[in-house]
Design a protein around this ligand. Sequence first.
Ligand SMILES: C[S@@+](CC[C@H](N)C(=O)[O-])C[C@H]1O[C@@H](n2cnc3c(N)ncnc32)[C@H](O)[C@@H]1O
Length: 257
Amino acid sequence: MAASPTDRNIQDSWHDNAGRWTLAVRSGAIASRRAGTDSAIVEAVARLRPAAVLEHVLDLGCGEGWLARRLRDAAGCRVTGADGSAELIRLAREADPDGRYLHADYAAIVADPGCLGGPFDAVAANFSLLDEDLSGLLRALAVCAPAGGLVIQTVHPWTACGGGPYADGWREESFAGFGGSGGPGGEAWSPMPWYFRTLETWIGDLRDGGWRVADLREPADLRTGRPLSLVLTCMAIPAERSGRVTASPREAPASAP
Ligand SMILES: C[S@@+](CC[C@H](N)C(=O)[O-])C[C@H]1O[C@@H](n2cnc3c(N)ncnc32)[C@H](O)[C@@H]1O
């Protein structure tokens, strides 16, 4: 399966931004990460215990690999990182020669979920689900981690909405708040397209992809009192119960009381 055109654009921006991104992450230049989103994803994965045995975790869209390294060190689990950017995977391996980092884009994972070498006890996706159509990927993750949890951290829809409409749609990240417009060599960031989802769409898309939201957290920025992000912990819906819900209460037949 080939990557969709939008997925291609997202990946192109990560190809261009790999060096700048790595510097921003490793130098602590991203304020929201310092304020709590880094610890929020680590704690959410750790909360899967004691119900789950966390031996092998997938860091999906791992970037330069900070979360894989942190989970291995803090939670003591084996971690496989996977990312579509060859340069980010090279940087991850350089920082952690004993770690397991795979260059694989989501289309390749959809085509062959076994390519990651699961099964996994948990999947963590930290700000790495950016495309409009996640259905194939979510179903592939359920194959990779049939009994595991899926922990997604994403921008909080109510704050990321900004002045725009609270409606699904494509937006563009300029990275303006990520350490200035210039990278190490003074080059500007490449803008990244990303798909904005409302909370309703997140939960519906996860359900359609075979996952039920078991826990929802909104880590707060203690300075502003506003949510820093949305953290969703999901469990796979058993195949026999994964039928799509077709009628919402608003669409109930006219004869309903
Ligand atoms: C915002 S970065 C987050 C990186 C990392 N999870 C972190 O917390 O620093 C998004 C990551 O998702 C990866 N990504 C986005 N779309 C992808 C795709 N279709 N296939 C593989 N990786 C993808 C990018 O290469 C990038 O590393």
